[in-house]
Design a protein around this ligand. Structure first.
Ligand SMILES: Cc1cc2nc3c(=O)[nH]c(=O)nc-3n(C[C@H](O)[C@H](O)[C@H](O)COP(=O)(O)O)c2cc1C
Length: 191
């Protein structure tokens, strides 16, 4: 495999095309966030990397709460819309049907199959373009029809993915094996 250098790029592929929500001045606002990931298992924590100038960030700072919503493939247009236009200029509060959970100030999106409501644990500025917001997941939600054996089933809700280099949205691919299991088929080579 011949390699070509591409510079300092965050190619942790694929990225979720997540939608982060916050109440700004008591009104729900949403932005698309590809820089989103799991950072702690117990308690569950997720982190987002966001430009501090985004309107949604004002709401996160205001309430110390936010939501992370995972859209399915069919929400591609709305996902792109809330990632293209700022709540500073247009009202995005009616793009999605909203519900609230335990935190009361983290707007959750009804049509997204997975939702997490988070309280801010830490905000960090690393001196670059983005602020890291770490949130503890206080509650998570999944539509019943999108679960198998009590767990979210990505073949049922088809999460929307994103690749940052070519700026494209994708669906999921094929099933490749059971985790903590299929690795047992591998045999270490002996001399
Ligand atoms: C596919 C996609 C991914 C994005 N990912 C991020 C991201 O990870 N971090 C970020 O700060 N902005 C990201 N954005 C940009 C914001 O979603 C966008 O600037 C949005 O309009 C901000 O909305 P707001 O000002 O209403 O909060 C992304 C946009 C798109 C379309």
């Amino acid at each position: 495999m011949q390699k070509k250098t591409l510079g300092s790029k965050p190619f942790v592929y694929p990225m979720p095309a997540s939608i982060v929500g916050a109440d700004v001045d008591k009104k729900p606002n949403f932005m698309t966030i590809a820089y989103c990931g799991v950072v702690n298992n117990g308690p569950a924590m997720v982190a987002i990397g966001s430009n501090p100038k985004h309107h949604t960030m004002n709401g996160i700072k205001e309430n110390n709460t936010f939501s992370v919503n995972i859209p399915s493939e069919e929400l591609v247009e709305k996902t792109d819309f809330v990632g293209t236009y700022s709540g500073k200029n247009i009202d995005k509060s009616e793009v999605f049907e909203v519900f609230y959970g335990k935190l009361k100030t983290a707007p959750l999106i009804k049509e997204c199959p997975i939702n997490m409501e988070c309280k801010v644990v830490k905000m960090m500025d690393l001196g670059g373009s983005d602020t890291i917001v770490i949130g503890e997941v206080v509650e998570s939600y999944c539509a019943k029809e999108h679960m198998t054996n009590g767990q979210p089933d990505i073949t049922k809700f088809k999460p929307l993915l994103y690749t940052t280099g070519d700026k494209k949205y994708w669906g999921i691919g094929k099933f490749c094996g059971d985790a903590w299991n299929i690795g047992n088929n591998y045999k270490i080579k002996k001399d």
